[in-house]
Design a binder for this molecule. Structure first.
Ligand code: AMP
Length: 290
């Protein structure tokens, strides 16, 4: 497992993911988080809410890790990826890794070989790696820029979950309001999405990574996101990109990452689910972004 020397061959990523998933389940390196899924309808979107009782334990572990880091013992799980979870280099600058604690099957991490901060802006090499992944897998790529945007790890990583995420008509719950085929090429605000955002149509098959980085720049410009440490979530499929600014990590105790804006929530227990129903998912999304 070395930088540059083990580039994944074109067309092999999906088979590699499936083969490594089976193996890593067998060795215990992969530890899926069991969940139950409920649908909560709000403002025209069937939000998928996954309830994960073991999330409390994971949050406690992450807190313990943050405390250790504060005490100067920094542990970076991406500095030396676990061999059973490692998939190979996507580009000279990025490698692919299975998420060790997936809620969704075949959840992939797109990680920089060298340490870069999760709060630094996405760069051309990041979009080159995203381009490679999206050309191999029809999925949702997302980025949680820093802890306020839902990131638990400070080493730069984008993520991908394969589509479709929902069984309904759209491939993602948010598709019902986003209507990807009707999006313009220039950044716009989708009137029916009631949280701050900018979105536009893209074509990962024909646009180069330079052009995709330019689209990211245009979305940032639309929202006035200029600085490294500004928290935001990026969501991208083969057909659209959306940027959401973040004001806080949680609202009324409910933690949100980029998947929330695609219509996917993760909660710790049924009390949280009821709280979410009471407040309404859209209000929670507004609460963390404005
Ligand atoms: P985020 O919480 O959005 O920053 O994403 C980081 C992801 O890394 C989490 O979903 C974790 O499940 C995952 N993770 C934590 N430790 C490891 C590890 N050692 N190997 C692979 N994935 C990990």
């Amino acid at each position: 497992m070395t930088e540059h020397t083990d580039l994944l061959l074109p067309g092999t990523l999906w088979d590699r993911i499936r083969e490594r998933t089976d193996r890593a389940l067998g060795t215990g390196a992969l530890q899926p988080i069991p969940t139950e899924c409920e649908v909560v309808l709000d403002e025209g979107i069937d939000f998928q809410v996954r309830i994960a009782p073991s999330l409390d334990q994971k949050i406690a572990e992450m807190r313990a890790q943050r405390e250790k880091e504060a005490a100067g013992e920094r542990f970076d799980p991406f500095a030396r990826p676990e061999p059973d979870l490692y998939l190979g280099s996507l580009t000279p600058s990025h490698y692919a890794l299975l998420n060790k604690f997936p809620v969704l099957e075949h959840h992939l991490l797109i990680v920089t070989w060298g340490y870069e901060d999760q709060q630094s802006l996405l760069t051309h090499p990041d979009f080159t790696a995203v381009d490679v992944v999206l050309s191999e897998i029809d999925g949702l790529v997302f980025y949680n820029a820093g802890p306020t945007a839902g990131a638990s790890q400070p080493h730069k990583h984008l993520q991908l979950v394969p589509l479709p995420l929902s069984d309904g008509e759209g491939r993602l719950p948010v598709d019902a309001l986003l209507e990807p085929e009707r999006l313009p090429e220039n950044p716009t605000r989708v009137a029916r999405l009631p949280f701050p955002h900018a979105a536009c149509r893209v074509d990962f098959r024909s646009q180069t990574s330079e052009q995709l980085e330019k689209v990211f720049y245009e979305l940032r410009r639309e929202l006035g996101i200029w600085y490294e440490d500004t928290p935001y979530n990026l969501l991208a499929t083969r057909h659209w990109m959306m940027l959401v600014p973040r004001a806080r990590e949680r609202f009324e105790g409910l933690m949100i990452n980029a998947l929330g804006f695609a219509g996917g929530f993760l909660v710790r227990n049924r009390d949280d689910l009821e709280q979410l129903r009471r407040i309404g998912p859209m209000r929670v999304l507004r609460g963390v972004s404005e």
